[in-house]
Design a protein around this ligand. Structure first.
Ligand code: ATP
Length: 135
């Protein structure tokens, strides 16, 4: 099977580079599966997992939204932040999740930015799921 080059890049630098058979992830318009030769496109990404399949192996990268650009032989993901499953600090993600949940439950009393806490919660839950390879 033909492979496609994939780069996941963040403002801090590259996080993942490889040749893979298939890239799958959730764009804002729905689930995307990209193989070699896919038509060129750009799509905004949700907070979620990117699955990178090659042979019998699947790598997982957690991304916190961003843009996916497809060219016939290359996929570039520009993400606000991204971590490979094995690089995720689960204790940190659990602490972030608790903080966000606390903010959400205090919301009515303290009028704290609800959307911001919700996004922090989504990032934390996504990191926990990716680290547990739940995708
Ligand atoms: P926290 O409150 O723990 O900082 P956050 O969701 O606000 O979480 P981000 O702003 O998305 O964090 O990311 C800041 C930087 O920290 C990025 O480089 C990101 O890759 C890294 N990062 C955040 N959480 C984790 C984690 N649990 N494990 C590894 N790296 C993380």
């Amino acid at each position: 099977m033909k492979t496609i080059k994939v780069s996941v890049v963040t403002p801090d630098g590259p996080v993942y580079e490889s040749d893979v058979e298939m890239v799958s992830t959730k764009a804002q318009s729905g689930e995307l599966g990209i193989l070699h030769g896919h038509i060129p496109m750009v799509a905004p990404l949700q907070i979620g997992a990117v699955r990178l399949k090659n042979g019998g192996k699947t790598d997982l990268v957690a991304v916190s939204g961003g843009l996916l650009e497809v060219r016939p032989d290359k996929v570039t993901i520009l993400a606000q932040s991204a971590e490979k499953a094995d690089d995720i600090d689960v204790d940190r993600a659990n602490r972030a999740k608790e903080r966000a949940e606390q903010r959400l439950s205090d919301q009515k009393r303290d009028n704290i930015d609800f959307k911001r806490a919700e996004l922090a919660l989504q990032r934390a839950v996504n990191r926990i799921h990716v680290s547990e390879k739940h995708f």
